[in-house]
Design a protein around this ligand. Structure first.
Ligand code: AMP
Length: 540
């Protein structure tokens, strides 16, 4: 730790990126295999490996109390010094000057101390331990020992520079190091493998997210000269998510590696029932009656930190899996897409909602691709994702082996103007709704929808609509325009049937907008605008 502190000082003292990298690379090269991971963790401001659940839980107050006791300075001076210096690690180094035993501190011993701090339950135990440390070790070492506790070294050494230093120390390219990190999410483990010339053998770990493979955008089928060379899937409008599963435990990570496990208890419960271990890549979507709902329907769920399993869930969801990265300890990243897909199908063979597999299609011509695109849109999806036959899973890369072709799905806020009874189990409730947009101070109808709400919502709406009834025309109940819905659709067409002159194609209800009043809904100009944009797009 003493040497690490000296190197960190050197890094802080220069503005040159290259020089910083050289300092660190030289230091790393001389370290033993045991010390290399420790040094890299500490240099990235982490006491433990990523994914390690231990937390230090040491606050500023504990650090301050410990340094007051260890240094003998009065509390006021200590407080002032910390405020003036602006960094508690640096302040502690200064305050302990001439007041420590100047004992050496190894990286292994520092690691042991962090583990002990994490284990200590009460603040008092933590403060005792810190006080002992502060009295024992060199001031410069303490400065960095504390900076690791606060989580940031503040020496202008970004993660990317550390990666380059690892590459330089091992005599390999930064690109190869980065690729390995995409797979494991762990710099320290990658550094060891790089040193041993084993970067290629590095595999993903369960419960530590792998970087997602990304898709390159295209604007039309014309950009795909060889349609037969691709596997085609719908492009779902949801949350990209990685599911990690092992022996009855499951976790969900979204992009940026945020863990979203707690927001989707019903998915986790289903994932936990899968046999063996696996890492799946896919999309969490709002899902009702066999169809995907637009993204806005998911936002309600994300807004909640934790969703108790016993609550009726307002937005049902599904996980649509489209790739498999690890299966029973076997790394599949370098397997061709067809093999990964076959394993995925075997894994989910006995599944069903809410765990689904993205259907895959093939094309032999650009006309086929255009047809598939239209069909995907008719299913309420954004467009297509094309995946090159024979391709590997390129973690963290937008290398062109996946292509995305999309048009954002529009939604409109509308008001219900009339309602009818449905059929079958919905024959006793008002489940078919005619809806309108604003046109000046009037409302003009633009469509009719009968899917998308839960039975509970339909029951509640039926009651509300009966109260709002103003007239009856055969089976149709005309109502005062008060209930606002958000509807999704696949396009707008001219229509002689509605007074507005337009009708939405394939409208579906996304949600009941209880938060909106009828004067806040979309207007006819917006509908016209969507129609014109779409007409322009189809001429291209
Ligand atoms: P974008 O969000 O526009 O950058 O498009 C890339 C995203 O498409 C990915 O990150 C996924 O979240 C999403 N996506 C939707 N459907 C698929 C699919 N079938 N295969 C791969 N990615 C998909």
């Amino acid at each position: 730790m003493d040497e690490l502190a000296a190197v960190a000082e050197g890094v802080a003292s220069t503005n040159s990126r290259l020089e910083k990298i050289r300092y660190v690379a030289e230091y790393l090269r001389a370290l033993s295999d045991e010390d290399l991971p420790r040094a890299l963790r500490f240099l990235s401001g982490r006491p433990f490996a990523p994914g390690d659940p231990r937390r230090l839980a040491v606050g500023h107050v504990s650090l301050r109390e410990a340094v007051i006791e260890a240094s003998g300075w009065d509390p006021e001076t200590v407080r002032l010094c910390i405020r003036e210096v602006g960094d508690i690690g640096e302040a502690i180094g200064l305050l302990m000057h001439g007041k420590t035993e100047n004992k050496p501190l190894s990286l292994a011993e520092a690691e042991r101390l962090y583990a002990e701090l994490a284990r200590a339950r009460r603040a008092e135990q933590k403060e005792n331990l810190l006080r002992e440390c502060f009295s024992s070790y060199r001031p410069l070492t303490l400065k960095y020992f504390v900076k690791v506790i606060t989580g940031d070294l503040r020496i202008g050494l970004q993660e990317k520079m550390l990666e380059e230093a690892v590459a330089e120390a091992a005599g390999t390219s930064p690109a190869r190091v980065r690729q390995a990190i995409h797979r494991t999410g762990d710099l320290a483990e990658t550094a060891l493998a790089a040193r041993r010339g084993q970067l290629e053998q590095i595999s993903p770990h369960l419960f530590r997210p792998v970087d997602f493979m990304l898709a390159r955008p295209i604007a039309s089928a014309a950009e795909v000269p060889d349609p037969a060379g691709w596997l085609v899937e719908d492009k779902y409008d949801g949350i990209r998510a990685q599911a990690h599963v092992a022996d009855g435990r499951a976790a969900l990570f979204s992009r940026g590696f945020a863990e979203v496990t707690a927001a989707f208890p019903e998915l986790v419960a289903a994932l936990e029932r899968l046999p063996g271990s696996a890492i799946l890549d896919g999309e969490i979507v709002a899902w009702r009656e066999g169809r995907v709902l637009p993204f806005s329907a998911l936002q309600q769920r994300l807004a909640r930190k934790e969703v108790p399993l016993f609550l009726p869930l307002e937005t049902p969801v599904a996980f649509i899996a489209y790739d498999l990265l690890l299966r029973d300890g076997r790394d599949l990243l370098d397997e061709p897409i067809e093999a990964r897909r076959a394993e995925l199908e075997r894994l989910l063979a006995t599944g069903g909602e809410p765990l689904l597999i993205a259907p895959q299609f093939t094309a032999t011509s650009q006309e086929d691709l255009n047809r598939l695109f239209d069909e995907a849109r008719a299913r309420g999806n954004e467009g297509l994702v094309l995946k090159r036959r024979g391709s590997r899973y390129e973690a963290g890369r937008r290398g062109g082996a996946w292509l995305k072709w999309k048009q954002p799905l529009a939604t409109l806020d509308v008001v219900i103007t009339a309602a009818e009874q449905g059929h079958g189990k919905r024959a006793t409730v008002l489940s078919d709704y005619t809806f309108a947009v604003r046109a000046g101070d009037r409302f003009v109808n633009v469509g009719k929808a009968y899917s998308g709400l839960t039975d509970e919502e339909i029951r509640e709406l039926t009651e509300r609509l009966r109260e709002l009834a103003v007239a009856r025309a055969g089976p149709v109940l005309l109502v005062r325009p008060e209930i606002v819905l958000e509807v999704a659709f696949n396009g707008v067409q001219k229509s002689a049937r509605h007074e507005s002159g337009f009708a939405l194609r394939f409208p579906r209800i996304v949600r009941w907008r209880r938060d909106k009043r009828p004067d806040q809904i979309d207007d006819l100009d917006r509908v016209r605008e969507i129609y014109e944009k779409q007409a322009l797009a189809s001429q291209r």
